[in-house]
Design a protein around this ligand. Structure first.
Ligand code: A3P
Length: 286
């Protein structure tokens, strides 16, 4: 990468991780200021891995399938994005919303485990981690970068973006480092690990897994209802993204990378994947 690679507005780097101008800078110095509660539940992921989907499922499960709360407010108002603080959208500052919410709270975060608030982890808060194959992540991220205000509406092409991604020069940094750090933590802790591809292949099972993890005893009928409510088609309709005009819901498929990668890019990607992920035991369907 030359010195002219794309940087989004206000971009900064912390402990090797590239972060966006919408990521608050004080969070790492004040790990306790959110006063995490034992019954808090986090959904954590590298961006574009199925976070919104998992959050909707989890919130409905926490409400026993009743969509009233889900439908009552904008996604960002009912699910605080922990590290979000952006002058253009002050109403969505994660911590402000977090403090206003009643328990049990559902919280979104993309923080790498090394930057994740330790007080939440020590307190035994629930953590659901969702991962997605990185080829589809980079494609989804590319489209998101192009259409999202906070990212400066990237004007480059996919091939340049892929280079940035492979160099870790995108928000939340290098996918491999991020994934491996969390993967190690997940192995030793009571965290629910989900994969986007498994969720696509058996969405009902994902609902059951989340419900079991949260100790929610739901009837088969409610499980079916929640799963159906969170299908891509239905969610596209009800997830309002007033600021982003729905760019969290794009295609929702496995394998869109095949329409974007050249043969050479794919070979190079696989080589790096195999080198970086060797010994991790982590495999993705792509
Ligand atoms: P694509 O851009 O490949 O379509 P995140 O919520 O982590 O930002 O992830 C966004 C990705 O998840 C987008 O992928 C989006 O379309 C997909 N997605 C969102 N809701 C989904 C659903 N209910 N079913 C399947 N995919 C979904």
């Amino acid at each position: 990468l030359g010195p002219d690679y794309y940087r989004s507005p206000g971009e900064w780097t912390y402990k090797g991780y590239v972060l966006g101008g919408y990521n608050r800078k004080d969070i790492f110095e004040c790990p306790d200021f959110a006063e995490y509660r034992v019954d808090d539940c986090f959904v954590v992921s590298y961006p574009k891995s199925g976070t919104t989907w998992t959050l909707e499922l989890t919130q409905l499960i926490m409400n026993d399938g009743d969509p009233t709360f889900t439908e009552s407010a904008h996604h960002n108002d009912r699910i605080p994005f922990l590290e979000y603080k952006y002058d253009e959208f002050p109403q969505w500052e994660g911590l402000g919303i977090l403090k206003k919410l009643k328990s049990p709270r559902l919280i979104k975060s993309h923080l790498p485990v090394s930057l994740f608030p330790k007080s939440a982890l020590y307190k035994g808060c629930k953590v659901i981690y969702v991962a997605r194959n990185p080829k589809d992540v980079v494609v989804s991220y590319y489209h998101f970068y192009k259409t999202t205000v906070e990212f400066g509406e990237y004007g480059g092409d996919f091939h340049d973006f892929l280079k940035q991604f492979m160099n870790g020069k995108v928000h939340y940094g290098d996918w491999f480092t991020y994934m491996l750090e969390w993967w190690k933590y997940i192995a030793d802790n009571d965290i629910l690990f989900l994969k986007y591809e498994d969720m696509k292949k058996d969405p009902r099972l994902a609902t059951v897994k989340i419900a079991n993890y949260l100790n929610r005893n739901l009837s088969d009928e409610v499980i079916d209802k929640i799963t159906e409510y969170c299908s891509f088609k239905k969610m596209k309709k009800h997830v309002t993204n007033e600021n982003n005009e729905g760019n969290y819901m794009r295609k929702g498929v496995i394998g869109d990378w095949k329409k974007h990668f050249t043969v050479a890019e794919n070979e190079a990607f696989e080589k790096i994947y195999n080198e970086r992920m060797e010994g991790s035991g982590l495999k993705f369907d792509w």
